[in-house]
Ligand binder design. Structure first.
Ligand SMILES: Cc1cc2nc3c(=O)[nH]c(=O)nc-3n(C[C@H](O)[C@H](O)[C@H](O)COP(=O)(O)OP(=O)(O)OC[C@H]3O[C@@H](n4cnc5c(N)ncnc54)[C@H](O)[C@@H]3O)c2cc1C
Length: 341
């Protein structure tokens, strides 16, 4: 059990900046995200694209913004729990919330901030009859231990970086690798595509372009072969031990919908003074919240995180007045930031 001041659901830009604002006020946070890296949409959907509307940063990519936020929160040593979805948020008593993740990790916190963006990113599934019977056994949407695939007949589905990276990683280690992609243009890095094409030309692996898996054969979760349809016409039967599907991630509100909050069409209603939800002690910042005039912009989420932090501090210390202090001049903030006076 991890006991902390605040649990933050979501490590997107607003969740990360929430750590900073809480840290300035002396509050400790643990951040949890269902995807394996921090940065939310910036890292997952547009790491290389330039952002032009972060105050005082004329231009930075989604990845640079994430890296800068991670640097900025370093002094606060927050716990970062990635690749685990928050499944449960429940009030234990007047002062404590109980939080649990898909990995079975348990937390108690005095407040919760939901910075869940457009929801937790889930892998897009392979839509083939009975695919779920193979899922987690021989059909995989993420790689937990690549050694499982060594010496095996591997089918990789997709045309993005994840698919091509795993093709290049497994050729030579797997018994055989076949890549199936529904187009002939790839979203993956051109260098990876060129390398894959040279492996195909050398006869080291196979690729089926304009291909779509239409059936899986096997029993008891063990895959034997898949049927691939090419250009909506001929079909090919490919012998397969394991299939790895990388069709990208799509956001789903997921378990947040079950936490008893006032939900408004996949967003959470909050007030604009504290950014508190309908459950006292649970706050929501960034793309996930809704209030009159809401704009889904990073800089709006940063403002919301600042006000939520003040509200949480006030909730945890109701008898004290929470003063605004400047990072430029406040000795206590310098101490928290590790700035030598
Ligand atoms: C292509 C594109 C370009 C954009 N360009 C700009 C721009 O130029 N300027 C701008 O201001 N905005 C831009 N945006 C919007 C901006 O990215 C979002 O406003 C911002 O990412 C919202 O941040 P967030 O932290 O609220 O949520 P997100 O970035 O969505 O992060 C939320 C995180 O919460 C996690 N999560 C959700 N539910 C759970 C759960 N139950 N358990 C664990 N984790 C969970 C998700 O996995 C996700 O990582 C752009 C968006 C896109 C798609």
């Amino acid at each position: 059990m991890i006991n902390t001041d605040v649990v933050i659901v979501g490590a997107g830009p607003c969740g990360l900046f929430q750590v900073f604002e809480l840290g300035l006020l002396g509050l400790k946070a643990e951040v949890i995200d269902s995807i394996p890296r921090p940065g939310g949409q910036c890292a997952e959907l547009y790491p290389d694209k330039p952002i032009y509307d972060i105050p005082s940063i004329p231009v930075c990519t989604g990845e640079e913004l994430t890296n800068n936020l991670l640097k900025q929160i370093e002094p606060f040593h927050c716990g970062m729990h990635l690749d685990e979805e928050v499944t449960t948020v429940r009030r234990e008593d007047e002062e404590t919330f109980y939080i649990e993740t898909s990995a079975g990790k348990k937390f108690t916190a005095k407040a919760v901030v939901i910075a869940g963006g457009v929801g937790s990113f889930q892998p897009r599934p392979l839509r083939v009859p009975d695919a779920e019977l193979f899922e987690g056994k021989t059909l995989h949407y993420r790689v937990e231990d690549a050694r499982l695939f060594h010496g095996q007949k591997i089918l990789i589905l997709g045309g993005g970086d994840s698919a091509l990276d795993w093709v290049l990683e497994l050729v030579g280690k797997a018994r055989h690798v076949t890549l199936v992609h529904r187009r002939e243009e790839y979203r993956a890095a051109p260098a990876s595509v060129a390398r894959m094409q040279s492996l195909v030309a050398a006869g080291t692996m196979d690729v089926l372009e304009h291909g779509k898996v239409i059936a899986i054969s096997g029993a008891d979760g063990r895959m034997e072969s898949v049927r691939v349809q090419i250009r909506d016409a001929e079909t090919v039967e490919v012998p397969v031990d394991h299939a790895l599907a990388f069709f990208g991630l799509s956001p789903k509100l997921g378990p947040i919908a079950d936490w008893g909050l006032d939900i408004n069409r996949k967003t959470i209603n909050v007030d604009t003074e504290r950014f508190e939800t309908s459950v006292p002690g649970i706050y929501a910042v960034g793309d996930i919240n809704f209030y009159s005039g809401k704009k889904k912009l990073i800089l709006c989420g940063f403002h919301e995180a600042a006000l939520a932090a003040f509200a949480i501090k006030q909730r945890l210390e109701p008898d004290k007045k929470v003063h605004v202090q400047y990072t430029t001049t406040s000795p206590i903030m310098h101490q928290r930031l590790g700035v030598p006076d």
